[in-house]
Structures are given as structure tokens and as C-alpha cells.
Write a protein that binds this ligand. Structure first.
Ligand SMILES: Cc1ncc(COP(=O)(O)O)c(C=O)c1O
Length: 410
């Protein structure tokens, strides 16, 4: 079983040197994804943003900044982090849900454009900061994604202003002299069909015809990656010949002569660049099942429990063993705490090191310390292949002391 893009020897060395659980990220893979995507966008005026919720480890954000990407930020914490890391506020879009007036003030003072997805939010912005520039998030009434929980368009979605309410958007904007400089949508995550992406893009382009002051159209992220062997990746050539070609024609016909097209992927840039290494602590056979119990759990990688998501699991210690069927489970006191059910993995023994692949997006950033288990360590593999420990795993003592400290206790 391939551990591509990682060399299994290097992964074993990292697990031996830094212990487990540990997330490992490969810089070269992140760069490859960015460059590949950029190459397919040639010919349109484009700015790429990175949806930092996918993975906000600072070296990864540094890569995005060095590559000229802006940021899709969704909370004051995310915004504060990227401003401190030197991102240009002009290239940050602030798309928080249910924004408070305080957050609006913070974003305005930081010089960041706000992306508003509720009519009431637009009104509040107008009342407090009339004559501002604003981006409006629409719901194109098309949604998609790898699981119902990640669909962010359509009638059941809380996100965006329904596109059929565009007249009301224009009324509110006129009443408060708000200048709609951006139009945004994001329909979901993990989408591998260019047809769905195009159907949604067509809605935002049509809506944009009504807005002469537009400086950018943000068609969102959502581009999927294949998690299972044999699953077809997103067809970038088709993406280019349909979506990018239509956008090129659209830009040429739009009255705004400085229109920028924005994409804001998260998963696409980072998922395949990450792996979670863990140790098999327990092998347990019951009447009908064999459990392989790891030294990590749903707190460190929530996607299987939350989305029933598939991640390939490799036995690094004995990759050539005869495959056996396991329920690969975590060390958290929840029955939802699993990584795979009925999964064939080369025979596992206690002490083996496993690699859980494609965990660079929505892995560490979705993690928690539930059951008071400290977070995994993180290792960064530089483009020359050198690994560097970028975040240490706290010991249980350090973790408990830091916790008590937050309550003013020692
Ligand atoms: C507004 C917005 N943009 C971009 C993204 C990134 O999605 P993905 O990682 O699928 O590209 C998300 C994910 O939830 C989002 O909510």
C-alpha cells in the first residue's frame, strides 16, 4: 500500500524520533497543488485565497503567503493570526457566521473586506459603517459535498442570502450607501464533479451582471480530492475548458474593467500533504470482530466519526503482512471513536506504527483535547526533504498544569 507522497522510511524515522501521535506535513505537495491549480487558471484575472480552516499551522500559512495567496478567514482568531503573520488585509475576506458588531468593527479597522451572508447583517453594517465596501455572500440554491454536513448551498443551508433575494440586497445597499465590491458563494466541500461546480458558478456570474461596481467575484472553494484508491480526482483539464473558459468570456463582457476572480480552496491545497502517525496499542478479538486500538482518537482526527469519512490506513511496520480485517478504533471514551470499520490492513500487531493518509485538511484544525488528551505533535517536511518538529506534544503533566493555569490554579 503506497504512502505517497511520503517515504515510509522517513515516516518511521519521525515516529521513532518524536513519538506518536504526530501529524506530518509535506511542503512540496502543498506547492505542487497550488502550482497545478494556478496553471489551470491562466488567462483569467485571478486571486487565490486559502480557506485556512482546513489547516492553520503557521508554516503552512507562511507557504500560502509566500505563494501570493490571500485568506478566507471565518473568526476573529483566524483573522488575528493571519494579520500577525503578515498577510495583506486587502487580500483577506472575512466570512464569519453570525458576526457581532464588535467583529465588524474589528474587520473594518483592520482594513479587511467583510463577506455578509444575511440581510440583517448587511443592515447592521450599513447602520454602523454606512458608505463601506462590502462583499455579499449569496446562496445559489445549489449545494453539494462529500457528506450532508458539508453542503453549504440550497434551501436547508444557513449560509448566504438566497439569490432570489437579490433585489432586497440592492435596496439595503442603496439605503446605506454600501458599495458591493464583492460577490461570493461557496456551495460545499469535497466536490469532485466539475458539472456541479459549473452549475453553481453560472448562478453567481449571472447575478454579477447586476453589479457594476464589482471588484471581485469569489466562486468559493469546495474542490475535492480522492481519498480512496481508484477514486477519480477532479478533472482539472475539464475545469479549465468549461468553467475557466466561461469565466474568461464573462470577465471580458462585464462593465467593471478591474474584475478579479477569486477561488478559496482549503482541502484541495492541503489534504494530501498530511499524514497522521499513530501506534497500535491494543489488538482485541471478540466473537465477530478484531479491533486495532490506536494511541490517537477522534479528538485528533474527527472526520471518520463526523462524516463517516474514509482515510487509507497503512501498516508502516510490516507493510507486506497478509491483509486482515479490522475495526481501527481510537483511545477516546466514545463508541463513535473509529477510523475505519471492516478495513483490510496488512496484519497488525501491538507496537506497530500506522499512517493515516490524506489528513492534511480538517485534521489538526478540527481537533480537540476531549478526554484531556494533549494534541498530537506536528512535523514539517521541508522541500529538501528535511523534517522539522514544529509543534511539540505536551506531556500529560504539562497539559494538566496549563489547564489549571487557565482557571488561575496551579
Ligand atoms: C466560505 C468557505 N470557503 C471555503 C471553504 C473551503 O472549503 P474546501 O476546503 O472544501 O475547499 C469553506 C469550507 O467550509 C467555506 O465555508
Amino acid at each position: 500500500m503506497s504512502t505517497h507522497p511520503f517515504h515510509p522510511g522517513l515516516l518511521k524515522q519521525i515516529a521513532a524520533g518524536h513519538g506518536t501521535p504526530v501529524y506530518v506535513y509535506d511542503e512540496a505537495t502543498i506547492l505542487a497543488r497550488i502550482n497545478e491549480f494556478k496553471a489551470h487558471l491562466e488567462g483569467i484575472p485571478v486571486r487565490l485565497l486559502y480557506a485556512m480552516k482546513a489547516n492553520h499551522c503557521p508554516p503552512l500559512l507562511d507557504v500560502m503567503r509566500r505563494c501570493g495567496l490571500g485568506i478566507d478567514a471565518v473568526s476573529p482568531g483566524e483573522l488575528e493570526l493571519v494579520l500577525r503573520l503578515g498577510f495583506d488585509p486587502a487580500h483577506i475576506l472575512y466570512s464569519a457566521n453570525n458576526m457581532t458588531d464588535h467583529e465588524m468593527r474589528y474587520a473594518v479597522e483592520a482594513g479587511v473586506t467583510m463577506n455578509i451572508g444575511e440581510l440583517s447583517g448587511l443592515r447592521r453594517l450599513g447602520e454602523a459603517f454606512g458608505e463601506s465596501d462590502v462583499c455579499v455572500r449569496i446562496n445559489p440554491q445549489i449545494g453539494a459535498g462529500h457528506h450532508a454536513h458539508v453542503v453549504t448551498g440550497g434551501d436547508r443551508s444557513k449560509f448566504g442570502i438566497p439569490v432570489e433575494q437579490m433585489d432586497r440586497v440592492l435596496d439595503v445597499a442603496a439605503r446605506y450607501d454600501l458599495r458591493i465590491v464583492g460577490l461570493h458563494q461557496h456551495i460545499g466541500s469535497g466536490i469532485l464533479s466539475t458539472e456541479i461546480l459549473w452549475n453553481a458558478a453560472a448562478v453567481i456570474l449571472e447575478t454579477a451582471r447586476r453589479l457594476n461596481d464589482l471588484q471581485f467575484i469569489n466562486v468559493g472553494g469546495g474542490l475535492g480530492v480522492p481519498y480512496r484508491a481508484g477514486e477519480a480526482p477532479l478533472d482539472l483539464a475539464e475545469f479549465r475548458s468549461t468553467i475557466v473558459a466561461s469565466i474568461r468570456k464573462f470577465v471580458a463582457s462585464h462593465p467593471s474593467k478591474s474584475l478579479e476572480i477569486r477561488f478559496e480552496p482549503g482541502r484541495y491545497f492541503t489534504a494530501e500533504s498530511g499524514v497522521l502517525l499513530s501506534r497500535v496499542n491494543t489488538i482485541k478479538r471478540t466473537g465477530s470482530r478484531t479491533f486495532a486500538g490506536l494511541d490517537t482518537g477522534m479528538g485528533h482526527l474527527l472526520r471518520p466519526a463526523l462524516y463517516d469519512a474514509w482515510h487509507t490506513i497503512c501498516n508502516l511496520s510490516r507493510p507486506d503482512g497478509t491483509p486482515k480485517t479490522y475495526d481501527v478504533v481510537g483511545n477516546i471514551c466514545e463508541s463513535a471513536d473509529f477510523f475505519a470499520r471492516d478495513r483490510g490492513v496488512p496484519e497488525l500487531a501491538e507496537g506497530d506504527i500506522v499512517a493515516i493518509l490524506d489528513t492534511g485538511a480538517y485534521g489538526m484544525s478540527l481537533s480537540s483535547t476531549y478526554n484531556m488528551r494533549p494534541l498530537p505533535a506536528e512535523v514539517w517536511i521541508h522541500t529538501d526533504g528535511t523534517p522539522e518538529l514544529i509543534r511539540r506534544r505536551l506531556t500529560p503533566t504539562e497539559f494538566a498544569m496549563a489547564y489549571l493555569n487557565e482557571y488561575g490554579r496551579r
